[in-house]
Write a protein that binds this ligand. Sequence first.
Ligand code: SER
Length: 890
Amino acid sequence: MTGPLSTADIREKYLHFFESKGHLRLPSYSTVAPDPTTLFTVAGMQPFKEQFMGAPAVFDGVASKRVTTAQKCLRIGDIENVGRTLRHCSLLEMLGNFSFGDYFKREALTWAWEFLTSPEWMGLDKERLYATIYQDDEEAFTIWTQENGLPPERILRFGADENFWPADAPKEGPNGPCGPCSEIFYDRGPKYGDDTWAEYADTRESARFLEIWNCVFPQFDRQEPLPDGTPVLKDLPFKNIDTGMGLERIATVVQDVYDFYSNDVFAPIVAKVAELSGQPYEGPQSVSHRVVAEHLRSVSMVVADGSQPGNTGRGYVVRKILRRACRHAYLLGLREPSLYKLVPIVVERMGDAYPELKDNRAKIEATVKAEEERFLKTLEGGIQRLGGLLSGLEKGSVLSGNDAFVLYDTYGFPVDLTKEIAEEYGITVDEAGYAESLENAQNVARAGSKYGKSELFGGNLEALDGLSPTEFVGYDHLQADGEVVALVGAGERLSHLPAGSEATVVLSRTPFYAEGGGEVGDTGRLEWDGGSAVVRDTRKTPQGVFLHDVEVESGELRDGTAVRGVVSGERQAIQRHHTATHLLHAALRAVLGSGVAQKGSLVAADRLRFDFSHGAALSADEIAAVETLVSRWVSANFPVSWQEMPIAQAKAAGATALFGEKYGETVRVVSVGGSVDYGGQTVSSMELCGGAHVTRTGDIGAFVLLGDENVAAGVRRVEALAGEAATAWVRERLNAAAKTAALLNTSPDALEARVSGLQAQLRAAEKETAGVRRQLAEAQMGGGGSAAQTRELGGFRVATLKLAGIEGNDLRAAADKLLDQSGADVIVVAGDKGLVVKASKDAVTRGAHAGQLVGKLAAAGGGKGGGRPDMAQAGITDADAALGALDTAF
Ligand code: SER
């Protein structure tokens, strides 16, 4: 269907425009950034931080000081507003063009103007565009007014809170590249609000004036401020450009739809939510449709990028987003796992631009479904707890806001549901108190998030004050006895946990490894006389207090109870992956050179992930060499040992330390007791590490190195599997190859030859069909377009032609030909499902407008369309009705 530009068209046009200005187009980097300042990629510039600071601008071997990307970003600071407003999104696609010491302000602003206003690109009305600039940025002011012709009254000046990026960076940080910026706004017209641009200077909030593009001029490297708070901005080695246009925003403007949720990506997802729930998308409940649609989009993307729901770090965020979607699905009346059924439609709408969605569809569905099942189960625990609370209250009384909040925070219990159930008991909920508790928790989370604490501790650090460090015995023991020294739920100390509740438990002694150094926290069980609990995750505070996230299965867990901690069997798999990570690191350095430095890692039961600095993709030979080297260590079955020593001694012994990591005076060193040979080079492994390891390299078992990807400029990411995870992966691939071969009537060995044969056949068949289609069109057109009917309408010679069985490109080609051959001013060609209108140059100067014409014809033909004055297209369902409307269309 044709009509206003689709989101995909806009994305493509943007990238194409900047390619035409000499930019190198790069694919989106992962949402999981290796940059430790944020959990997720939050801006298009993030993968290029090093290049802004002066690192070589070379991307997979191609040098270019100008690049352009459409980057998927996750912004979670305002998650509570997503769905409540029509303008917040957690996942956004940022269209960006970047210059690393190449062009600067003038090109950035004039190209932005050209892209937005030229009819060939976005064709927006110049009269509707506005800009803001940094208070004293005269250079930007001159470019806007003199080069782009923007009247001065359409430019507002703001301070560093609005027109600096990151906002307020000079005072507030973070350290690193930053600079003033100029934002471009679009006036969506009075139907969105009767405010004026001048008023925007005060309100800074408008549904009418929508910010669409932020052009940043990073020229400073922000440093720690002086002790008196004076900001320190050092000049970067050169001046850079970083622009970011929200694709969702520009699509809303170009498609002239009311909000994000009505554009061509979101509308079908929202419609599916309505279909699954049977609840129409209208009224106050529409918040829930939006939350579900938006959050499923983000979750699908981050899971495709390898994140999984969990209790810490990124996993915590993924769980939080997914839980919020679950709650809203529940509010829409969905009582069975249903959200996973939205995944196919997200993949359908976005999978062409982000193939990782297609590749991981099954994994995304399974992840979402499992989390929904857990959520529904937890909710049952909440219903029981609420029942207990309510039956203890008199009819006509009030349930405290904090109780309602604890239900929400601990059991994921939506407050609206609490209200509904309380009503049945004749009890009301103190909503103001609930809002206050929520606000407090969010403030703690926000304040903490600067230091990454909110994600780690859910804001309940204070409740842990005064506890001594936990005795950790888990390097050598997978079971240990200890005593409960604290129970914490929703930021408060509790005396006991009833069955069904989820909370944090602190023990005096524990075998559970706490997440750290890339290794995930242990899971397992707590057992005591009369009860048991599942341990879902383990973390620790900087003071060394271990936090076990548990769900009580049966019995009651009381403060002071003697419990036995039993670490799950997954630990063996985690240890295999951890030792394998060390060997992989050493092997990468041997094969690729000592320029390889670890940038991040994940060690889990099902895989390991390793980010490292390296400028180019790994060749098949390099992958094979690294894999072989690791396997050699495994077969040698060397002992693995660990010992504590002073840091100076560790360094003198040649242990690898991570750059930028802070170590104490005493460090733990993990060494593999034997080296392997790589082309005459002796390769060994000794690293500073606090993680859990196997005792002999042979315990690792099979090892498979999966291909690598690019996660930031100059940073590669590899994944690898060890032990059973590796053999299962290989088995799955062998089965898939056997199945595919059977489908193609051949053997796995002959698969490659068979597929290239089929591809050649397919290409030949496509060529043949294209030829037949052309002949079909030509036959129907008659020689020289003689089959077309030509008549005089509104002072133009208009030729019309119906072509059965012709669509898309062929329809456009037929219209081109007809315009050439018939000598008519305006051409209208209708296929079964599409309509193309073209107007000659001369007709356009005389006032013909293909875009307007196609709109009228499409409306009569049961469709929608639009386009430029000289060429426009529409999707229709009734060609005769569309052509029938021609007489009245002029
Ligand atoms: N870094 C800027 C932003 O995120 C522009 O790309 O708004």
